[in-house]
Design a protein around this ligand. Structure first.
Ligand code: ADP
Ligand code: MG
Length: 385
């Protein structure tokens, strides 16, 4: 898909780089949220609707074909509702931004094709957006100070990434998961504990009553890797932690004591997962020398994680995050990233794709300079979620 030329004629240059255009429509359908938002030229949210699909609940996980069909059923309703909230007519829109990658391919295609047709019909530009760049822009929607430089911890159902962001549009990958994303681990552990999907919020709530020390779970890739030269130093792994919970749950289930231990299992798992996330983030903060941290993605809705990050960063540190509604997948962050990409269309995502690196991503330059963790490919963000 050729995204076309820039939009320089449409607005004034803003302080965060990029041009300010609005009202802009943002459309998100990469996974299991159908969402649309309308932002004003200053990035203010005029309307936002998020429909979280419940068709997957009976399966305990996302069924890609059902996701795509449900997006198709809802998208017009969701966009109309967002425009209605904003009191903006279609013909008043300046541009349409849409998540083009990464995600479930069928789900992405529904939103992208719909948005492209809208933009074509209205004679306005289409701005394809990378989902993880959109998550980086989430906190800016509520806090104009959430701007680079910062270390970003992006944690969702499909991704676990540590990125150094010196300026918008430059993303140096410090670490990522080798296997499961942390949100996926929350969801799978939720399933093991018999909790409804998605498991993240359920585990957080249950863990409040539990004793995190009752069950000792591993902190994968935290203890053993002690130096930047170790390739495990900044990376994550959550599949072993998930297996450790499964192996603890099985005998409890057999002897009928699982019910009374569930809150302790939830607390023990959450503590282990958060220890790893916080530990690795602190490593990145020290390596980069910047105590400004941004946390984004659905798992950043977890207050226990955010409190631990704030505590670990100390008085001199700053943590930027979104309210839970804007931490999950939503059209507002897509529209905001779209405003940034408006005059950088040639560098943005060029086609609908299940996997794609964040535009402007490279290996972490620090690791190249120090000869440490070593050159790594720019992240090719994975399919799903
Ligand atoms: P994706 O882009 O992968 O769909 P989202 O950004 O929508 O992801 O985040 C969904 C993930 O966030 C799910 O795995 C869910 O369990 C997790 N999540 C949501 N709220 C919480 C919470 N309070 N604690 C932990 N995980 C959470
Ligand atoms: Mg989602």
């Amino acid at each position: 898909m050729d995204a076309g030329g820039g939009l320089s004629g449409l607005g004034a240059r803003s302080t965060f780089g990029g041009i300010v255009i609005g009202p802009i429509l943002g459309v998100e359908t990469s996974c299991d949220e159908t969402s649309a938002a309308v932002l004003g030229p200053g990035g203010e949210i005029l309307g936002l609707v998020i429909h979280s699909q419940d068709v997957h609940h009976v399966y305990g996980g996302i069924v890609p074909e059902l996701a795509a069909r449900d997006h198709l059923r809802r998208i017009t309703l969701v966009v109309d509702a967002a425009l209605g909230q904003a009191d903006v007519k279609r013909k008043e829109l300046a541009a349409v931004a849409v998540t083009a990658a990464p995600g479930l391919i069928g789900a992405l295609l529904v939103g992208y094709t719909w948005a492209r047709a809208q933009a074509f019909g209205l004679g306005i530009p289409l701005i394809p957006v990378h989902h993880m760049e959109a998550h980086l822009f989430g906190p800016v929607l509520e806090n104009p100070e959430a701007v680079p430089p910062f270390v970003a911890l992006l944690v969702s159902g499909g991704h676990t990434l540590l990125v150094w962001v010196p300026v918008w549009g430059r993303y140096e990958l410090i670490g990522e998961t080798r296997d499961d994303a942390v949100g996926e681990a929350f969801d799978k552990v939720g399933k093991l504990l018999g909790l409804p999907y998605p498991g993240g919020p359920e585990i957080e709530a249950l863990a409040r009553q539990g004793d995190p020390l009752r069950f000792a779970f591993p902190r994968p890739m935290l203890k053993r890797s002690q130096s930047e030269d170790d390739p495990d130093f900044f990376d994550f792994s959550f599949s072993g932690l998930k297996t450790a919970v499964a192996q603890t749950v099985a005998p409890l289930e057999e002897n009928g004591t699982l019910e009374s231990e569930r809150m302790h299992l939830a607390a023990g798992f959450q503590e282990a997962a958060v220890d790893v996330l916080v530990g690795k983030t602190l490593r990145a903060v020290r390596a980069v020398g910047c105590t400004r941290v941004l946390v984004g993605g659905g798992v950043s809705a977890n207050k226990f994680l955010r409190d631990r990050l704030v505590h670990a960063l100390g008085r001199d540190g700053t943590l930027f995050y979104s309210s839970p509604r804007l931490a999950m997948d939503n059209g507002a962050m897509v529209a905001r990233a779209g405003q940034f990409r408006a005059d950088r269309l040639q560098e943005s995502v060029q086609e609908v794709s299940a996997r794609a690196p964040i535009p402007g991503s490279t290996a972490w330059q620090g690791s190249l300079r120090s000869g440490g963790a070593g050159p790594r490919r720019p992240t090719s963000i994975k399919e799903g979620h």
